[in-house]
Write a protein that binds this ligand. Sequence first.
Ligand code: ZN
Length: 306
Amino acid sequence: MRVKILGSAAGGGFPQWNCACPNCRRVRDGTLNGSARTQVQVAISADDSSWYLLSASPDLPRQIEGFAKLHPAAQSRETPIAALVLPGADLDQVLGLILLRESQPLRVYATPSIRRIIMENNIIFAMVKNQIVWEELAPGKDCGLTSVNGEKSGIRCLPFALAGNYPHYVSPEVAASLPSNEALLGLRMQTQGGGALVYMPGAPSIDDAWLESLENCDLLLFDGAFWTDDELIRIQGSGRSARQMGHIPISGADGSLRKLAHVRKPRKIFIHVNNTNPILDEDSDEYRCVHEAGWEVAHDGQELTL
Ligand SMILES: [Zn+2]
């Protein structure tokens, strides 16, 4: 399996347009030892010719332009993008769908609840209504991914439910009417050749129920949004904690670094990194700490082969 990280930042990207935190200021003036990043987006392929997109980032059109494998082939309107797989309904995971608005058919894998939120709660998504062929993801149910033209991908997808909530833009009444296990998924993608990737750009907690999936994969792309629980509150002076926003922080006794320390087989990479996170600064103690614990920090353009 080939894995291309097209975007590695959390919602807002890095730098974020309205942010003057130390990271954003320093990446703008060129004094940060680290790189700018677009919003999280991953592309995978088992045959190096048809590609499956994990998430639908608001930066998707320019991410496609930046990776030649996703450019249309000789024939006009012939895209190597076979389908999209959505782990959740947060705006940084779904807005890209609107930006692909053309007459081009798209195949999109999502839970029925995420499909409902996208198609029934946002009038603007009506623009792509006739373009999308929906395929159902059911937590715990393994499925073979198929392209929009009906070709088999050679990739199997096992979605597993995370203890996440529906996004804030979904009304409380609608959110209460939807099953909680369809709000947020981890995705385990496996090729016939054996390479397995687990993709979790948003993880509110670490549950025993799916820990085994992590231990048996080759590559783990895990939620690296925040270093500490109070990071945004400290920098902005107000707001919600990392956990309230559905992200387990990296540091601390209950943080992901400590809780996943025993997971040794996969290459472990933090993705979906918020612009305030000190691990974006490669000279920081936090960056060193992550590296010493055997983790990497994803960057845009990174390519991995499993
Ligand atoms: Zn910032």
